[in-house]
Design a protein. Structure first.
Length: 366
């Protein structure tokens, strides 16, 4: 089968066309999407085919989400474009107290099939108010699915699945993904919103990532194998609520080492939640400390040099992977990876390994 190379923006536009043709309840609205076709061109041409179902709105995120909640309760399937996820805070009451809770508060009688498309992440030199990765906020709100595509192909699959899902879904699409090209077959199979994907198998280190950061994770894995002989298993989360922990557990059981990388701020990020769950449930699988790679805890500067300093990338991921494998003393993001690597090598030299004792789980005591 020949490849069909299109951009992420084109792939998600195809998803919208297909779902709107298949279900007349689906409609889309937001700022500058009907006339302009969206800030990234992701809705171009849709107004021509669906003049009554592609709508421009005033600049009011509160009204956008509030109207969507009402439409979903009435049986429609709104897709709401937030322009930039950076402005989602204006609509937090609607997201937190209405969208996420209507199904529960009405005893399951209210359906909330609604998708928020929320472009987030770095916009080159977009500075503090236009380059934020806020997806972790919403992993602490029960009642919402949170998905994060990483390629044109799974961008299309995840968007189609999100529109079909009976639950509210926030679809965080990195701003840098829209021009990215990839193979998107005509006959893409459906995708499970709850499942991660092992995109590369490996034996030495498990590397978990999502969104645009996955591309950097794969590049770091290539260098680790080619130049250092470290075999890295790479997992694309795709969903961060819920997290597909069984896939991560199975990989860590095989490799014994875990690195989590995301563009979002390292403190309080998805990486910390994954690390905690692995430590709580399968501490005995680990042969070294869990390492995290993420942005520094500061608003993103406008200066290109400072922007690069705040964000982590391929180099920081590689440093963490090598530290996990005991191959390098180079500091990773904020030095944590390198220090952990030094500790691990010191233990190895002393013959003590990582010093973990196998924890007895309830099943062991039966």
């Amino acid at each position: 089968m020949s490849e069909r190379i299109i951009t992420f923006g084109e792939a998600t536009r195809e998803a919208m066309f297909e779902e709107m043709r298949a279900d007349e309840r689906v409609f889309v609205y937001g700022e500058d999407i009907a006339k302009q076709g969206g800030i990234f061109g992701q809705f171009a041409g849709m107004k021509d085919e669906f003049p009554e179902r592609v709508l421009d709105t005033p600049i009011s995120e509160t009204a956008l989400v509030g109207a969507g909640v009402g439409a979903a309760i009435a049986g429609a399937k709104p897709v709401i474009d937030l322009h930039f996820a950076d402005f989602i805070g204006i609509a937090m009451d609607e997201v937190l107290n209405q969208m996420a809770k209507a199904h529960y508060m009405f005893g399951g009688q209210a359906t909330m099939s609604l998708v928020l498309r929320a472009p987030d992440g770095l916009m080159k030199h977009g500075a503090a108010q236009h380059s934020q990765s806020l997806e972790t906020w919403f992993t602490n709100i029960p009642g919402i699915r949170v998905v994060v595509p990483s390629t044109p192909a799974n961008g299309k699959q995840l968007l189609k699945a999100a529109i079909k899902d009976p639950n509210p879904v926030i679809y965080f699409e990195n701003k840098g993904l829209f021009p990215v090209k990839g193979d998107v077959p005509e006959d893409l199979p459906p995708i499970d919103l709850s499942r991660a994907q092992v995109v590369r198998e490996g034996a030495d280190v498990t590397l978990v990532s999502y969104g645009l950061m996955l591309t950097k994770a794969l590049a770091a894995a290539d260098v680790a194998r080619r130049e250092y002989g470290v075999s890295v298993e790479v997992i694309d989360l795709r969903s961060i609520t819920p997290l597909d922990m069984p896939t991560i557990y199975a990989s860590v059981k095989k490799t014994g080492h875990l690195v989590i990388a995301h563009e979002a701020i390292k403190i309080g990020g998805v990486g910390g939640e994954i690390a905690a769950r692995v430590a709580e449930n399968h501490f005995d699988y680990l042969r070294g400390p869990v390492l995290r790679v993420g942005a520094r805890f500061t608003p993103l500067p406008f200066s290109p040099v400072m922007e690069d300093f705040v964000l982590s990338g391929e180099k920081e991921i590689l440093d963490a992977v090598l530290a996990a494998a005991g191959k390098s003393a180079v500091d990773g993001a904020d030095g944590a990876a390198g220090r952990a690597g030094n500790r691990q090598r010191n233990r190895s030299r002393s013959g003590g390994g990582f010093g973990f004792r196998r924890r007895r789980r309830p099943s062991d005591l039966a």
